[in-house]
Write a protein that binds this ligand. Structure first.
Ligand code: GLY
Length: 584
């Protein structure tokens, strides 16, 4: 991990972070001002001067830039980045998983939310996940074939190429195919994550063939080649949807799931469809925010929290009171997440009510200015730290197109199961359903009927790919981290609002509260001792100094001076934000 500024939260520390920024800003490359004149009298430029990409690996960022150099737009670059991440970050996402792609199409001015979330196979009933005592069978929920939903990511790549890209899939998938075939150097996070999941992964012969190809687990510095995955990506490039969901790959996926005791039907695989949804929109102070609708809980929770916080001028508060109010807003939004949210194609989500200003005002009125509200409905279980699961990338191109995409296989290395001969590591997204109502999942969050599994239903997510726009700035932002995704993006909004630059936003220390467990999680440096003491006096339990979490990736276009800049999370040393200036 790169050095970070010590001590507290964004506003107080904006100036400290400004001083400290050079220590971790080496990956961000702000572009010099364009020579072109601004488009209007308010001195705002009409187009960015090039493309900015921030992603969790330098190879995926470079794959995206390679495709832009080849004439692609942000959507072609998104395909390249997404597929390359699937190759170099199997710990976090992959074509055996799913994701959400938030798009802004410059020529139409439209924002589009491409939902490529996995779907539940019909066999995956709640009863299938209970043990003999009626308890949740955690092994089945998180490991092997029963933990996997029908993958959505390959369908999203095809959809993006057909509807929004300029280049054929064959071109935009070429970098990922090359990296899969030639290999890439294993990095520390990959090695450590493998060690943590080793027992599960080595149960499956397909997984052993990829990760134990030389007889030993992946080790930092070794080159990991994935020839089967290269072949699968080639079939996807050549045949589109059918290259993955039918034919050779489809048959191998079905066979593998069956061999390991799971049940997927061929029509569930071939019938998978991405869904284009209307994104959720909200306003916070001077910002227009476009974000993820259900089946993500992220946008709804963020809308609730920000609208509750509108009632205070956070910059004027001391750190303890500011943190107290943010935490109380988080607590209330996560309670609603638990109770009301699920796949909108299956359950009626009270979206208008949950995101209305009046509802937020009602919740705000229940926040005591000096006292924590106990989350005492149910006893919570501690949420494990998540930092490596899921991945996010952000892109802005020279035409003004934007992509904010979060993709995932859920927990580290998903289900742990690679389908033999495909290189496809299956997700374990089924654990994001409320498999046993009221029982917390691996992220410590619960759910009830709204998020119970049903055939073809999408499991509730926390992924929150978002755009922020003010009179001056256009921003794409998002993060991985299970239930901690929402609060990372929320803190990013607050930090941008406080005037921080992208790299500072990515680096700022984090706090989190999710209703249950009833405790504030705080990274080292997020809250100083005096603030912790004041919060404790208000009745908060504070877990100060937790290990870091998250991996936020963000890009920003400043329309006033026409500069692009990016922020990549310094908690992840292999991430990269980069800018490619166009020659026009
Ligand atoms: N699997 C993490 C999420 O979708 O929230």
């Amino acid at each position: 991990m790169r050095p970070r500024a010590g001590s507290t939260f964004p506003w107080l520390l904006a100036s400290l972070l400004l001083l400290a920024a050079p220590a971790f800003a080496q990956d961000a490359a702000p572009a010099p001002a364009s020579a072109a004149a601004p488009a209007d009298s308010a001195r705002r430029f009409a187009h960015p001067p090039g493309t900015a990409i921030a992603s969790a690996h330098s190879l995926s960022t470079q794959a995206g830039l390679e495709i832009v150099r080849a004439g692609g737009n942000a959507f072609d670059a998104a395909i390249a980045v997404s597929a390359a991440l699937s190759v170099v970050e199997p710990i976090s996402s992959g074509i055996g998983g799913g994701g959400f792609f938030l798009l802004h199409e410059a020529k139409s001015g439209r924002d589009i939310f491409v939902d490529a979330r996995e779907t539940a196979p019909a066999a995956a009933t709640p009863a299938a996940y209970l043990d003999a005592k009626g308890e949740l069978n955690r092994d089945r929920a998180t490991n092997g074939p029963w933990s996997a939903g029908i993958p959505g990511l390959p369908a999203a790549l095809v959809h993006l190429a057909q509807k929004y890209g300029k280049l054929p899939l064959k071109t935009s998938l070429a970098p990922a195919i090359r990296i899969a075939r030639e290999g890439f150097p294993v990095y520390a996070r990959l090695e450590k994550g493998y060690a943590g999941r080793r027992e599960v992964m080595e149960r499956y012969r397909g997984t052993r063939a990829v990760f134990l190809a030389d007889g030993t687990p992946p080790k930092e510095g070794e080159v990991l080649k994935q020839p089967d995955l290269a072949h699968t990506l080639e079939l996807l490039a050549a045949k589109g949807f059918d290259g993955f969901y039918r034919g050779e790959v489809g048959a191998k996926l079905l066979k593998a799931v069956k061999e390991e005791g799971g049940q997927w039907r061929a029509d569930e695989l071939s019938g998978y469809k991405v869904v284009e949804r209307e994104p959720l929109r909200l306003k916070y102070r001077g910002w227009d925010i476009v974000t993820a609708p259900p089946p993500s809980s992220g946008g709804v929770a963020m809308a609730e929290i920000l609208q509750m916080l509108q009632g205070w001028d956070l910059a004027k508060l001391d750190p303890a009171h500011r943190t107290h109010l943010i935490v109380e807003a988080m607590r209330r939004a996560y309670r609603d997440r638990t109770i009301y949210l699920g796949d909108p194609d299956f359950v009626k989500v009270p979206l208008a009510r949950l995101t209305s200003a009046d509802y937020a005002a009602g919740l705000r009125a229940t926040i005591h200015p000096e006292k924590a509200t106990p989350s005492d409905l149910l006893s919570g279980q501690p949420a494990p730290l998540e930092d490596e699961e899921t991945t996010h990338f952000s892109i802005i191109d020279g035409e003004g197109n934007r992509v904010s995409a979060t993709q995932t296989v859920n927990l580290l290395y998903g289900s742990g199961m690679v389908a033999p001969g495909t290189g496809v590591l299956l997700n374990n997204e089924m654990d994001d359903f409320a498999l046993r109502p009221g029982t917390p999942n691996a992220f410590g969050v619960m759910g009830f009927a709204a998020n119970a599994p049903e055939p073809g239903k999408r499991m509730l997510s926390s992924m929150t790919p978002s755009f922020l726009e003010s009179a001056e700035k256009v921003i794409a932002v998002g993060a991985p981290g299970g239930s901690r995704i929402i609060t990372q993006v929320l803190l990013a909004v607050l930090a941008y609002d406080a005037g921080l630059a992208p790299q500072q936003v990515a680096a700022q220390p984090r706090i989190h509260h999710q209703w249950f467990p009833d405790a504030i999680s705080a990274e080292a440096g997020a809250l100083d001792a005096a603030t912790v003491a004041k919060l404790q006096a208000m009745g908060h339990k504070v877990n100060a100094g937790e290990s870091h979490w998250g991996n936020l990736q963000t890009v920003m276009w400043d329309r006033r001076d026409n500069t692009l800049s990016g922020g990549t999370d310094p908690r992840n040393p292999v991430g990269q934000a980069d800018v490619l200036l166009s020659d026009r």
